[in-house]
Design a protein around this ligand. Structure first.
Ligand SMILES: C[S@@+](CC[C@H](N)C(=O)[O-])C[C@H]1O[C@@H](n2cnc3c(N)ncnc32)[C@H](O)[C@@H]1O
Length: 258
């Protein structure tokens, strides 16, 4: 199951700036390096991968080009699906990648049809994690892997609400430990999680310095002063909750029993 939100609030106007800060087509921190950490040690060559929340396709393209996966990306926002298709065409990867625009709800794919389920920065928008993980178990082949990274707001404090308002997003609070619990309850084995809050806390501070320093003029050139200033406002609000520890981030994975 995905959730019942009409849309997660992502638009395309800020993408030229996140391209500069996170890497082409990424709406999550760390760009290609973070994809590497999410899939570390898992052979994806020739594997069928389902990505939930493929956004503008940054991670999807890396999964296909660097790791040799055949990827189906599911995404709520039609303009992002268009952009991700364009990015795949530009990269000459359209034969290895298919992007589908989906409605919230059960994953619209056949049972036991994927080797790997991959997701980055998406499950935080889906309130019923247990139902989602049960559905992921359904679509994976026996022995298939769930690999993910996410934001974890610890609670809906005033500062977290200010950051979400600045970003125009809504995230449901949770923790990597709880994701592991839901995954085990759904039936996954070899479940583990890893807190990466320190890494992004430091990196986000550098990103804010870049946005207000060397990237300041460039960011307005590739979008507008208004969009650039709104992104800087968002990064300031995000840094506040990262520094206070109210916004965590981390990895999680599990395997469907054979
Ligand atoms: C933080 S962005 C991450 C995009 C991409 N995974 C990346 O790493 O750049 C979250 C994306 O998930 C999408 N999304 C949120 N809820 C979704 C759902 N229930 N089904 C499909 N996509 C969803 C949003 O529209 C958005 O594009």
């Amino acid at each position: 199951m995905t959730d019942d939100l009409e849309g997660a609030g992502y638009e395309v106007d800020f993408m030229p700036i996140t391209d500069l800060v996170w890497g082409k087509g990424f709406i999550t921190p760390g760009g290609e390096g973070n994809v590497d950490r999410i899939v570390e040690g898992v052979d994806l060559n020739g594997k069928r991968v389902l990505e939930l929340g493929s956004g503008a396709g940054g991670g999807t393209l890396v999964l296909a080009s660097k790791y040799g996966a055949n990827v189906v990306g599911l995404e709520l926002e039609a303009p992002l699906v268009e952009l991700s298709r364009q990015n795949a065409r530009d990269a000459g990867l359209s034969d290895k990648i298919e992007f589908r625009c989906v409605e919230p709800g059960p994953l619209p794919v056949e049972s036991a049809s994927f080797d790997v389920f991959y997701t980055s920065g998406v499950i935080c928008h889906i309130e019923d994690r247990l139902s989602l993980f049960r559905d992921v178990l359904r679509v994976l082949k026996p022995g298939g892997m769930l690999l993910g990274y996410d934001w974890f707001p610890t609670r809906l404090s005033d500062d977290i609400n200010s950051w979400m308002k600045a970003a125009g997003l809504h995230l449901f609070p949770d923790s990597p430990e709880n994701y592991a619990k839901w995954m085990r309850e759904a039936g996954f084995e070899d479940v583990n999680h890893f807190d990466a809050s320190d890494w992004y806390q430091n990196r986000a501070a550098e990103e804010l310095e870049e946005l207000t320093g060397p990237l300041f003029d460039k960011a307005a050139e590739v979008t507008s002063e208004e969009v650039r200033d709104s992104i800087i406002n968002e990064w300031r609000a995000m840094n506040l909750v990262l520094q206070s520890g109210e916004l965590r981030s981390g990895y999680f994975r599990g395997r469907k029993p054979t």
